[in-house]
Design a protein around this ligand. Structure first.
Ligand SMILES: Nc1ncnc2c1ncn2[C@@H]1O[C@H](COP(=O)(O)OP(=O)(O)O)[C@@H](O)[C@H]1O
Ligand SMILES: [Mg+2]
Length: 240
């Protein structure tokens, strides 16, 4: 693995506004190479807006740079091509296409067919459930399987970094555990991860570093362990 202290994603004074409603209030944080950074927070805290700003889907104020290059004004497709893949809330798969077609769409920005084929094999190995269902319509998969497909599709874009929006939402506990096991595996392959979750317990346990978002503000940052032990988080987010 390369230098752990190298910053891959740098977010400075980020603000997201919807007309005159401010969803994200001047937050700053960075994600280092090889790291899992979890942003936790309740419903409406600004997690999704933060990810959408980073991946170029919504307008923002402030500065974002990825692997040393500014992302301000860069279109979403170009951001994917630079190695930043977003798995959105609700997963964003194409229900009327097959599993196989969805996976191949993940690789549309890439030209190296050999590397794409190698990544497809890798996805099949990580998600045997997808391999068994390659010709099945994606819309007929269970929620957990759809989340696996969304992750598999993101891997097919050959990312340096994944942005994951609540991968545990609406999924049976057994599959949630499976998905988190896979996230750790993807991270070990060298992919940095920015994870947002309402499920503080899961997200903090897997994180190297983490932050707590409340009404659009980053009110606490630290290691995953530090946040797991923070009284505010124990009381409000872990139900201790
Ligand atoms: N498209 C939108 N138009 C107006 N307000 C929005 C829109 N999307 C989100 N918001 C508001 O922005 C705030 C943050 O939302 P969001 O980023 O989705 O939070 P989270 O993902 O943490 O639940 C909320 O108050 C939400 O109502
Ligand atoms: Mg959200």
């Amino acid at each position: 693995m390369e230098n752990m202290s190298e910053v891959v994603l740098w977010v400075h004074d980020l603000e997201v506004w919807y007309d005159d409603i401010q969803a994200v209030r001047s937050i700053s944080f960075e994600v280092r190479r090889g790291e899992i950074f979890s942003l936790i927070g309740g419903n409406g805290a600004g997690k999704t807006s933060t990810l959408r700003a980073i991946s170029g889907i919504c307008k923002f104020r402030g500065d974002i740079s990825f692997m040393g290059k500014n992302l301000v004004g860069i279109p979403a497709e170009a951001i994917v091509a630079r190695g930043l893949a977003h798995v959105p809330e609700g997963r964003g798969i194409f229900g009327n296409l097959t599993v196989s077609e969805n996976l191949r769409l993940g690789a549309w920005v890439r030209k190296d067919r050999q590397a794409v084929a190698a990544d497809l094999e890798r996805v099949m190995k990580i998600f045997p459930r997808l391999q068994e269902r390659l010709q099945q319509q994606a819309g007929t998969l269970s929620g957990g399987e759809q989340q696996m497909l969304a992750l598999g599709r993101a891997i097919m874009s050959g990312p340096q970094m994944l942005l994951l929006d609540e991968p545990s939402m609406g999924i049976a506990p057994l599959l949630v555990r499976e998905i988190y096991r896979v996230l750790a595996e993807i991270n070990r392959m060298g992919v940095s991860i920015l994870l947002v979750e309402q499920n503080a317990n899961l997200a903090l346990r897997i994180a190297n570093r983490a932050g707590l978002l409340e009404t659009g503000q980053l009110v606490l940052t630290g290691s995953g362990e530090e946040l797991l032990g923070a009284p505010r988080i124990q009381e409000v987010y872990l139900g201790a």
